[in-house]
Design a protein around this ligand. Structure first.
Ligand code: ADP
Ligand code: MG
Length: 470
């Protein structure tokens, strides 16, 4: 079966279900379900909450659901749930579908059915998408004096999660120095060594949004319950909790629960625990319980190793002279090093130029502004992210949410006006956009500055911050 007809198939299911359940039940439990995909005989649906899924899996709803799915998709059907506030999938208990016969079945009205004995074990077999990117492995994480302590603590945590003195493991550093990479590497290693453990990587920004959504729909118990099931919880960029007392409270609860249950927590932040702003003292104290490790800016030799590894990954071999030049000029973050290599690659591909020392010099100058001011794309992006309280990952992601698109466009506009970075290079560092997209963003922001008071203020504030020094 193809991947595209999930909507049509689910609509057929809805028709059968509608004629078999009371209208109120249909409206409340089936209409909010969104079909997500159908691959072979596996249908994935999205439900608003954990409780919603549990309800669908109880009698009598599970009976009509199972029978209908068998009838429309076939005997080998599998059902997976995505729960809206978390990016998770829960395996549908296969046994459920074994009870199915041929619909239509009469829906037992005004009767409370006993809970189907198969349901509970099925649901407990929770499989959660850990949100891990295979490229962020330990193997790809170049070791150097700048990261040795954090890296070895990370390896120890990954081999004995929850059973080591590093709980929580708190990793901090400036932007682009490897927090996300290292914390993901820990998650990946746990999955290799302990496949049965439930691992979840979540950015503090996402956690905060999930919490806020949960408060609206009265879903806090679902939210807490979900997190209590995690064996290894990786929370990235915890500084985004600053000033959010509700989110901090919820996380405090989850932290304590997991800690007492012998589970592993890994936290990252842009500052050491003691320097977190607007964070509850009791939370900061807990962050200090385990090991705090800082990732430092890589030294020259580590930069050389990183440049060699990254360029090899992109399928290019750089001569020693170029590698040494880059390592001596691009001294900021590893992200900046990566950006330089990608821009170099883009230049040589688009313009069919060989990568020469001259090209390396040109690109480096644009990216790190070696000779001109201190204002770099990276700094602008970070300043915009801080200003709008969004994460650096989100701003370069594919999301089309209005406020994110706006922040992204403002970043491009500022980079274009305040640095010498080329359109192609801005695009590649803002989430793989082409130069036309960058141009469009710049003219949109220019127009808005003339017509929209808020945008005018944002841009002015940001320019003041950027020009006023760090
Ligand atoms: P942070 O989360 O601290 O802002 P990231 O983990 O996102 O930084 O790292 C930025 C980029 O640099 C990522 O693409 C990451 O793979 C890379 N990187 C960081 N440190 C290293 C390292 N030691 N070895 C290889 N790549 C690294
Ligand atoms: Mg990060």
């Amino acid at each position: 079966m193809s991947e595209s007809n999930h909507i049509e198939v689910w609509n057929r299911c809805l028709q059968i279900i509608k004629s078999n359940v009371p209208d109120a039940v249909f409206q409340k439990w089936f209409l909010p379900v969104k079909p997500i995909s159908l691959v072979d005989s596996s249908l994935t649906i999205e439900v608003p909450s954990d409780a919603h899924m549990h309800h669908l899996e109880e009698m009598p709803l599970v009976d009509i659901l199972g029978k209908t799915l068998k009838r429309v998709i076939g005997d080998k059907v599998n059902l997976f749930y995505n729960i809206q506030f978390v990016n998770s999938t829960v395996a549908y208990p296969h046994q459920m579908l074994e009870v199915a016969g041929n619909p239509p079945i009469a829906f037992p009205r005004n009767e409370r059915e006993p809970i189907n004995p198969f349901v509970i074990p099925g649901i407990q077999k929770l499989t959660i998408n850990p949100n891990l990117n295979p490229k962020y492995s330990f193997e790809n994480f170049i070791e150097g004096p700048c990261n040795r302590l954090a890296r070895s603590a990370g390896e120890r945590v990954a081999s004995t999660p929850g059973n080591n003195p590093f709980c929580p493991l708190f990793i901090h550093s400036g932007s682009g120095l490897g927090k996300t990479h290292l914390s993901q590497a820990i998650g990946l290693r746990v999955k290799q060594l302990h496949p049965e453990k439930i691992v979840l990587y979540v950015s503090a920004h996402t956690f905060k949004t999930q919490y806020q959504n949960a408060t609206v729909g009265n879903k806090i118990p679902d939210f807490l319950h979900f997190y209590e099931q995690i064996d290894v919880l990786i929370l990235d960029d915890v500084q985004y909790f600053s000033g959010k007392s509700g989110t901090q409270n919820a996380f405090f609860h989850i932290f304590n629960y997991l800690q007492q249950a012998g589970k592993q927590l890994i936290l990252t932040s842009d500052v050491a625990p003691g320097n977190l702003k607007d964070m509850e003292t009791r939370l900061i104290q807990r962050f200090k319980w385990g090991l705090t490790a800082e990732l430092l800016t890589p030294d020259f030799d580590t930069r050389v190793k990183i440049i060699k590894a990254k360029s090899a990954n992109e399928g290019i071999v750089l001569g020693d002279e170029i590698v040494n030049y880059l390592a001596s000029k691009v001294t900021g973050s590893v992200r900046e090093l990566e950006g330089t290599i990608l821009t170099l690659l883009a230049h040589s591909t688009f313009n069919r130029e060989n990568i020469t020392l001259d090209l390396a010099k040109k690109v480096t100058q644009q990216i790190v502004n070696v000779d001109s001011s201190e204002i770099s794309l990276e700094r602008i992006r970070n300043t915009v992210c801080d200003y709008f309280k969004i994460s650096p990952e989100t701003i370069v992601s594919k999301t089309r949410k209005r406020e994110i698109v706006q922040a992204r466009q403002i970043t491009m506009y500022l980079v274009r006006n305040l640095t010498k970075t080329s359109l192609a290079s801005i695009g590649s560092q803002m989430g793989g956009k082409d130069h036309a997209t960058v141009l469009h963003a710049c003219s949109t922001v220019s127009d808005l500055i003339d017509t929209d008071r808020n945008i005018r203020r944002y841009v002015a504030d940001l320019e003041r911050q950027l020009k006023g020094g760090k």
